[in-house]
Write a protein that binds this ligand. Structure first.
Ligand SMILES: C[S@@+](CC[C@H](N)C(=O)[O-])C[C@H]1O[C@@H](n2cnc3c(N)ncnc32)[C@H](O)[C@@H]1O
Length: 245
């Protein structure tokens, strides 16, 4: 029998709206997740070129019908009263996240991830989508491991997830860089804390959590992504154990 609070690693495959019921009340220190963006209605499909590989601008089949209201009750139930909630958020859902969650937390803020190599716009019309938002919510007595003021900017700059970190098989269209996730986990949780990602994709949050000595609970609907996540996180877990031995 697994215990998602005391075990180092709990991975559950299926719909997180159902699976979250297995997580005890007030047991999660940091809920860091990257849910669907509901961007499919805006997509114009992949961009094709004769002289180079396609640029991925495709719809992901999972990227639809997500509303932050679907997970609001379970997120609040599992989070400790002093826990932090950080969620990647597309521009079109920002208002909805704020409408639902701002009244439920002492503070609601956003964090910006600036991508140094965003998808180009060949016709130079409109801005590049070089920034991604992460909505951040917390109550009093939450964890912040800040040192100097210049570590406290709500901004992080890095490339998008690149080879060799980027998985070739299965290829996940929105795999996040582990460096960004380590930055967020490092400032908002402590070693031994429970980090939860109910939309974990290929497990990047879990890799970052284990590299920093946190416990991790991960959930994913897609079986192929789920299997890849398990392999990646167990490898990170054994590397972290070897490094501290
Ligand atoms: C934006 S991606 C997360 C990518 C992840 N951050 C990574 O680095 O791999 C969202 C993921 O949520 C999964 N998903 C969508 N609906 C779900 C649900 N109801 N329960 C669990 N996972 C779900 C999708 O299959 C997709 O892999």
């Amino acid at each position: 029998m697994t215990n998602p609070v005391t075990d180092e690693l709990t991975l559950l495959q299926g719909d997180c709206v159902e699976l979250l019921r297995q997580v005890p009340d007030a047991s999660v220190d940091l809920l860091l997740t990257d849910p669907p963006y509901n961007l499919s209605p805006y997509s114009t499909g992949n961009m094709r070129f004769k002289w180079r590989a396609d640029i991925n601008n495709d719809l992901a089949e999972w990227d639809q019908h997500f509303d932050p209201g679907d997970i609001q009750d379970e997120f609040l139930r599992v989070l400790k009263p002093t826990g932090n909630l950080f969620a990647f958020c597309s521009y079109n859902l920002l208002g909805r996240w704020h409408e639902i969650f701002d009244p439920l937390f002492d503070t609601f803020q956003f964090f910006v991830w600036h991508k140094t190599n965003p998808v180009p716009k060949i016709r130079k019309q409109g801005f590049l989508n070089s920034c991604e938002l992460i909505v951040c919510m917390w109550n009093k007595q939450h964890t912040w491991n800040f040192g100097r003021q210049n570590e406290m900017h709500n901004f992080f700059e890095s490339s998008i997830c690149m080879s060799p970190e980027r998985l070739k098989e299965p290829k996940h269209p929105t795999q996040k860089p582990v460096g960004l996730l380590k930055h967020l986990i490092g400032i908002a949780s402590n070693p031994g804390d429970v980090v939860l990602d109910p939309f974990m994709g290929v497990g990047s949050t879990g890799v970052a959590a284990h590299a920093l000595g946190r416990r991790f609970i991960g959930m994913e609907l897609n079986e192929e992504y789920f299997d890849a996540a398990g392999q990646r996180i167990r490898k990170a877990q054994s590397e972290a154990t070897t490094a501290t031995a």
